[in-house]
Design a protein around this ligand. Structure first.
Ligand code: HEC
Length: 125
């Protein structure tokens, strides 16, 4: 709980109030699950960016279930040869559902990659 509180404080202090969305819970899970080691909101790092994932599966009604399984067990081949590891059991299936729903809901990349608007880049770090 203490960690959650500190995390919430950090988020509150580092992003402008206007960007404080209702997705603090998802961001905390994303960090707790170490997803942020390999994924970032809008830049490809070890894994694809969350926006790229959302773009790839927009309109795919099977994406939610497919990606929940993939996050649970890991795998490769959708983006390249780099494998994603499975997720540890203390991140529950319900948590993974929340994460995948959140990832798939990411909005398309803004046309100008303007990182000073508080909308892009920072949030999923
Ligand atoms: C060690 C690095 C690493 C970590 C940690 C990691 N991922 Fe990934 N992730 C990857 C890689 C690499 C891919 C691309 C896999 C592929 O090409 O199929 C990926 C792909 C994905 C995809 C798209 C899968 C597909 O088939 O299109 C989702 C969704 C995803 N990750 C979510 C998460 C979530 C949620 C977490 C945290 C619980 C997480 N990842 C943790 C490296 C990672």
């Amino acid at each position: 709980m203490k960690v959650c509180f500190l995390l919430a404080m950090t988020v509150a202090l580092t992003i402008p109030a206007s960007a404080l969305a209702a997705d603090d819970k998802e961001k905390a899970l994303f960090i707790d699950g170490n997803c942020n080691n390999c994924h970032n909101l809008s830049d490809t790092t070890v894994g694809p960016s969350l926006i790229d994932i959302a773009d790839k599966y927009r309109g795919d009604i099977e994406a939610q279930g497919k990606l929940e399984k993939k996050v649970r067990t890991g795998g490769s081949g959708s983006w390249g040869v780099m494998p994603m590891p499975g997720t540890r059991q203390s991140i529950s299936d319900a948590d993974i559902k929340v994460l995948v729903t959140w990832i798939l809901a990411q909005k398309a990349k803004p046309k100008s990659d303007n990182k000073t608007d508080g909308q892009s880049g920072k949030e999923a770090k």
